[in-house]
Design a protein around this ligand. Structure first.
Ligand code: NAD
Length: 422
C-alpha cells in the first residue's frame, strides 16, 4: 500500500495497529476500534436563494461509547467523505480518552463548500443537519461542536433547532455556541490556545527554550490564527503563514493581529504586506523555522515532501496532517512530532467545560476556564512525555504519537474489560 496516496482512515488505522502492538494489547481491541459503532448517512435538501432545491450528503459517525457519550465536531467541507468522517471519529475516541474526558468519539460532516452559500442557505443547512440526525443526538448521547468550516453561529442555529424539536431548552446538546447562548468564552480560541501551550512546552523540552523561537504555521482559520496569536503572546516570533490563498514570509516577524484582521476582511492572509509572498499553500511547512505547525488539514506532510521540513519540531494543530510514512522520515531525521490528539485537544477539553457548565447552569468566566485549560494541557503533555520515556525503555524506538496513543488505549481497554466488552 502506498501511504502517500493512502486515505486518512488508512493512515489512522496504521497508527492504531502500531500502538496496539506496541502497548501489547490483544488484537480484539484493534478489531473493535477499527470500526465505528454506528455511521449514519443523510441527505439534506435545502431550497437555495434562486429557488432550486440542492441536496447535500451528510454524516454522523459514532465511533466508540465505552467512556461516555460521543463527542466530536461537525465539518463542512466540499471533499469530505464518510471514510474521512470515520477516521476523524476514531481520532476523537483516542483524543477524548487521552484528555481524561468522560466522552467517547464521534464526528459529523456535510459535503459542501460553505463559502458558496448565502447566510440563509447556511442556516437552512445547519438546521437540516439537526433534523436529519436528531434521533441519534442529545446531551447524554452525542454532543456535536464546531470543526473546520463551522463556527459559533452554525452551533447557535443547530442548538436552536434541537431545542425547538425537543420543546425544551437543551444548551448542553451542542458546544462551541456563542457566549449569549451558554457558550464558553474560551471555546472560540481554545484549540489554538491549547496548541500554543503545547508548542511552548515542547520547545522548552526538545529545543531547550521557547523564547524568541521562530514559528511557521500552515492554516490560518480557527486553529491556526489563534495558535499564531497566543504563541506570539507567549514569546514566539511568527515568521510564515500559509492559507488557501498562499504564503506570507517575513524573517523579522509577522504582526499576527494585523494579519488576522486582513485575513478576516479579505478572506486570505496573502494580502498582508510581508517581505515575501508565495503561491504555494504549503510553503510555511518548509521554511527555516525552529517550529512548524500544520494547522490546516490532513495529509499535508507526506512521504514526498517530508525531507523538505527544516524545523526540528512539528506541531499537529490539524487532525492527521502528518502521514505515518512522513513521520517515519521525520523521526529518522531527528524531527519531533507533537501528535494531534495531544496538541489540538484544547478545543474538546473546553467543549467539555462548556457542557459541564451548561448541565449545572453555571458559568466559570474566561480567566477560570483558561487556567483550567492550561492545567489540562500541561498535565497531558507531561503524562505523554513520561509515558514516552518508559515506553522507550520497554520497546526501544517509539514516538510521542506512540506514547499518546498507548496512554489513550490503556484507559479505553480498561473500561472495555470492566464493562465486559472484551
Ligand atoms: P478552518 O476552516 O477554520 O480553517 C482552515 C484553514 O486552513 C484556513 O485558513 C484555510 O485557508 C486553510 N486551508 C484550507 N485548505 C488549505 C490548503 N490546501 N493549504 C493551505 N491552507 C489551507 O478550520 P479549523 O477549524 O481551523 O480546523 C483546521 C484543522 O484543525 C482541521 O483538521 C480540524 O479537524 C482540526 N481541528 C479543529 C478544531 C476546532 O476547534 N476548530 C479542533 C481540533 C482540531
Amino acid at each position: 500500500m502506498s501511504t502517500s496516496s493512502a486515505t486518512m482512515l488508512e493512515n489512522t488505522l496504521v497508527n492504531l495497529r502500531r500502538s496496539i502492538e506496541l502497548g501489547r494489547f490483544p488484537d480484539t481491541l484493534y478489531k473493535v476500534l477499527s470500526k465505528p459503532e454506528r455511521a449514519v448517512i443523510a441527505s439534506i435538501p435545502v431550497r437555495m436563494d434562486d429557488g432550486r432545491i440542492e441536496v447535500f450528503e451528510a454524516y454522523r459517525v459514532q465511533h466508540c461509547s465505552v467512556l461516555g457519550p460521543y463527542k466530536g465536531g461537525v465539518r463542512f467541507h466540499p471533499n469530505v467523505t464518510l471514510e474521512d468522517d470515520i477516521a476523524l471519529a476514531t481520532i476523537m475516541t483516542l483524543k477524548n480518552s487521552l484528555a481524561n474526558l468522560p466522552y467517547g468519539g464521534g464526528k459529523g460532516a456535510v459535503r459542501v463548500d460553505q463559502r458558496s452559500l448565502s447566510r440563509r442557505e447556511l442556516e437552512e443547512l445547519s438546521r437540516g443537519y439537526v433534523r436529519a440526525f436528531y434521533p441519534v443526538l442529545g446531551e447524554l448521547l452525542d454532543i456535536p461542536g464546531p470543526d473546520a468550516g463551522t463556527d459559533p453561529q452554525v452551533m447557535a442555529w443547530m442548538v436552536d433547532e434541537c431545542c425547538k424539536m425537543s420543546c425544551r431548552p437543551s444548551p448542553a446538546s451542542f458546544t462551541g455556541k456563542p457566549v449569549e447562548l451558554g457558550g464558553d468564552p474560551v471555546r472560540l480560541y481554545a484549540t489554538g490556545f491549547g496548541c500554543a501551550v503545547v508548542t511552548k512546552l515542547a520547545a522548552e523540552e526538545f529545543l531547550g527554550s521557547s523564547k524568541n523561537s521562530t514559528l511557521a504555521i500552515q492554516g490560518f482559520g480557527n486553529v491556526g490564527s489563534w495558535h499564531a496569536y497566543w504563541a506570539s503572546k507567549m514569546g514566539f516570533k511568527v515568521i510564515a503563514i500559509s492559507d488557501i490563498g498562499g504564503t506570507i514570509f517575513d524573517p523579522n516577524g509577522i504582526d499576527v493581529e494585523k494579519a488576522l484582521q486582513i485575513a478576516r476582511e479579505s478572506g486570505t492572509v496573502r494580502n498582508y504586506p510581508a517581505e515575501q509572498h508565495f503561491n504555494d499553500t504549503k510553503m510555511a511547512l518548509f521554511v527555516e523555522a525552529d517550529v512548524v505547525a500544520a494547522d490546516a488539514l490532513e495529509n499535508q506532510i507526506t512521504r514526498e515532501n517530508a525531507q523538505k521540513v527544516k524545523a526540528k519540531l512539528v506541531i499537529e494543530g490539524a487532525n492527521a496532517p502528518v502521514t505515518p510514512e512522513a513521520e517515519k522520515i521525520l523521526t529518522e531525521r531527528g524531527v519531533t512530532v507533537i501528535p494531534d490528539i495531544l496538541a489540538n485537544a484544547g478545543g474538546v477539553i473546553t467543549s467539555y467545560f462548556e457542557w459541564a457548565q451548561n448541565i449545572q447552569r453555571w458559568s466559570w468566566g474566561e480567566e477560570e476556564t483558561r487556567s483550567r485549560l492550561t492545567r489540562f494541557m500541561e498535565y497531558n503533555f507531561n503524562r505523554v512525555k513520561e509515558r514516552w520515556k518508559t515506553l522507550k525503555l520497554e520497546r526501544g524506538n517509539v514516538t510521542l504519537r506512540d506514547a499518546a496513543l498507548v496512554t489513550a488505549l490503556e484507559r479505553i481497554y480498561a473500561a472495555m474489560k470492566l464493562r465486559g466488552w472484551l
